[in-house]
Design a protein around this ligand. Structure first.
Ligand SMILES: NC(=O)c1ccc[n+]([C@@H]2O[C@H](COP(=O)([O-])OP(=O)(O)OC[C@H]3O[C@@H](n4cnc5c(N)ncnc54)[C@H](OP(=O)(O)O)[C@@H]3O)[C@@H](O)[C@H]2O)c1
Length: 279
């Protein structure tokens, strides 16, 4: 079984350096895909209230051969429930849906700056942590200006910021901000949804050089950037391929080759958190 390295967050919580994305993994097939990942060696599972599959995640955990305490389960608060009381209720409802007693990590899904209630939502997550509903509190898609406001108004920075990150959008400045302020980076869509990334000339070249697949090259790049990636695959063979990245190392010059693939407008669907809002 692949041994997945872990790291420690700013609140002392231990977290695996790679996990399974679960968007769209639902119903009977979803349960089987998630269960297969757990049995292969995945310990981190990334779901969200809005994916409407916390039930499938909870069911897969129950049917797997691994105990709850060995797993690291993340879910996320939707934009429509940022108001304090609603946020608390939603975290409870998230737990009921998965039939879990606690989440290891709960994230604010989007800052929704026009709605402007993310500080209230953050206070709810901090209280949920105090009460033991969640072990760690974090955010997704927060720009440095949003993070700074959390720090100013509550004194506490998130443990993790999960952001769009892949070779077409390497988030260099955002990652530097995280590093300087003790926030761990997590990469969503780490394979850029595999629309064309794995066929890119540079990725193909490196795959040949290291005798690895393109996905392994990209996921190793995330690991060496010190970002936790959460690739999604419903296919057991690809699930195993995606975590088999801890027995080789990309040379600095090859890291640079991938870093240089980044584009100014590299977000896949132009989801800029300064303007985009999701409910
Ligand atoms: N916080 C947020 O706002 C946010 C936004 C988007 C996503 N997320 C999270 O991030 C997770 C991952 O992102 P994502 O699902 O958008 O995209 P992704 O992980 O970048 O790509 C998933 C796609 O890549 C394919 N794939 C996976 N491994 C492969 C391999 N080794 N070789 C070839 N193809 C492979 C999958 O197909 P198969 O299933 O057929 O293998 C699937 O179509 C999500 O599931 C979700 O948990 C969070």
């Amino acid at each position: 079984m692949v041994q997945i390295p872990t790291t420690y967050l700013n609140d002392g919580t231990e977290v695996p350096m790679i996990g399974l994305g679960t968007a769209n993994l639902k119903g009977f097939q979803g349960v089987n895909a998630i269960k297969s990942a757990i049995n292969i060696g995945y310990r981190l599972l990334d779901t969200a209230y809005n994916y409407e599959n916390e039930g499938a995640v909870g069911r897969a955990i129950k049917e797997s051969a691994v105990s709850r305490k060995e797993l690291f389960v993340t879910s996320k608060l939707p934009g429509r429930y940022h108001q304090y009381d609603q946020a608390i209720q939603t975290i409870q409802e998230s737990l009921y849906r998965a039939d879990l007693d606690y989440y290891d990590l709960y994230l604010i899904h989007w800052p929704n700056p026009n709605q402007d209630r993310y500080v209230e939502a953050w206070q709810a997550l901090l209280d949920a942590k105090k009460w033991g509903l969640i072990r760690s509190a974090g955010v997704c898609n927060f720009l440095p200006e949003h993070l700074t406001r959390l720090k100013e108004e509550t004194g506490v920075l998130p443990s993790i910021n999960q952001v769009e990150l892949h070779p077409y959008f390497n988030q260099n400045e955002q990652r530097q901000w995280h590093e300087q302020n003790g926030v761990m980076t997590q990469s969503w869509s780490p394979l850029a949804l595999n629309k064309d990334l794995l066929d890119h000339e540079i990725i193909r070249l490196l795959a040949e050089k290291y005798h690895r697949t393109g996905a392994q090259i990209v996921l190793r790049w995330h690991y060496q950037l010190n970002s936790i990636s959460i690739p999604r695959s419903s296919n057991p063979k690809r699930q195993l391929e995606n975590i088999s990245i801890f027995d080789f190392e990309l040379m600095e010059e090859d890291m640079e080759l991938i870093n240089n693939m980044t584009l100014v407008d590299g977000r896949m669907n132009n989801l800029n958190p300064a303007e985009y809002e999701e409910f």
